[in-house]
Design a protein around this ligand. Sequence first.
Ligand code: ATR
Length: 287
Amino acid sequence: MKVTGETKVIGIFGYPVSHSLSPLMQNAAIEALGLNYIYIPFEVKPEELERAVNGIRALGITGVNVTVPHKEAVIPFLDEADEDAKLIGAANTILNKNGRLIGYNTDSPGYIRSLREDAGFDPKGKSIIVIGAGGAAMGIIAGLFSHDASEIIMANRTIEKAEQIRVNYTERYRHKSIQIKTAPLSYLKDPRILSSVDLIVNTTSMGLEGMAPDVDFASTSPHVLISDIVYKPAVTPFLKQAQDAGRKTLGGLGMLIYQGAISLEIWTSQKAPIDVMKNSLMPFLTR
Ligand code: ATR
C-alpha cells in the first residue's frame, strides 16, 4: 500500500479499538480494488467523541465506522441519519459528504445479506425468534421487518426492554402486516412456540462469555435455522447445542463481513470484494 498526497482516509472510532478486525479486512479490500484509500483505527474515549466527530470535517476524512461504545452516542453529533439509523438509534458508519456528516446503520442490511448469501434464508413470510433486546437486536429486527418477515417474537431477560422496542417498531412499521410479540426467556423451552419457528437468532453477548440462552432445540422444527451474531468463537456454545441437535446454523462472521462491505460501498461507490475480506480474517479467527 502506497500512501500519497491524494490518499483518502477512512477508519474506525472505538474504545477500545485494538481488538477490531475492520482495519485488516478493509485494507485488504482497498488493496484488492487498487483504491487510493487507507483505513485507520482511531481510539476515541467517550468524552472525546464529539471532538473526534468534528475532526472528521476538520481533517477531511472520507468516513468512519463507529463501534462500541459509540454507536448510539454518535447520533446527535451528525448532520443527518438514514431511516434505519434513526429507527435503531445507532449508526455504525459515517460518510463525510462535502462536510455534511451522514450516519448509516450497515449492521442491519449486513445481517440480512449474510442470511441470504451464507444460509440461503429469505426472511419474507417467516416466523422468527430474536433473543435479546439491545442495540444489536434492534438492528436485526429492523432488517427483518424491512424484508417482510411475518412474525417476530422477542425473547429477553428484561421484558420491559423488549416491550419498548415492540411499541416503537409497531408504530414505525404500521403500514406492514407484521406481528411483533415479546416473551420471557422461559418461552424458549415451549414446544408450542418453537415447533413453528423458521429462524432463531441470538443477539445477546452471552456467547462471548462461553454462555448460551437455554433453548430446547429438540422441540424446534428440523428445518429451523439457528443463528448467532458472535463471530469468535465461530461456533458459540449456542450454535454447538443446535448442531448437536442436528439443526442448521449460521455464525456471526458473515454479518461482520457484509456490514463492512456495505460501509466500503458507501464510502467508495465500488463493489466490495467479499472473498478477499473473508480470507483476510481467517488467520485471526482460527487461532
Ligand atoms: P448490544 O448493543 O451489543 O446488543 P446490549 O445493549 O448490552 O448489547 O444488549 C445485550 C443483550 O444481551 C440484552 O438483551 C441483555 O439482556 P437484558 O436486556 O436483560 O440486559 C442480554 N444479555 C446479556 N447477558 C445476558 C445473560 N447472562 N442472560 C440473559 N440475557 C443476557
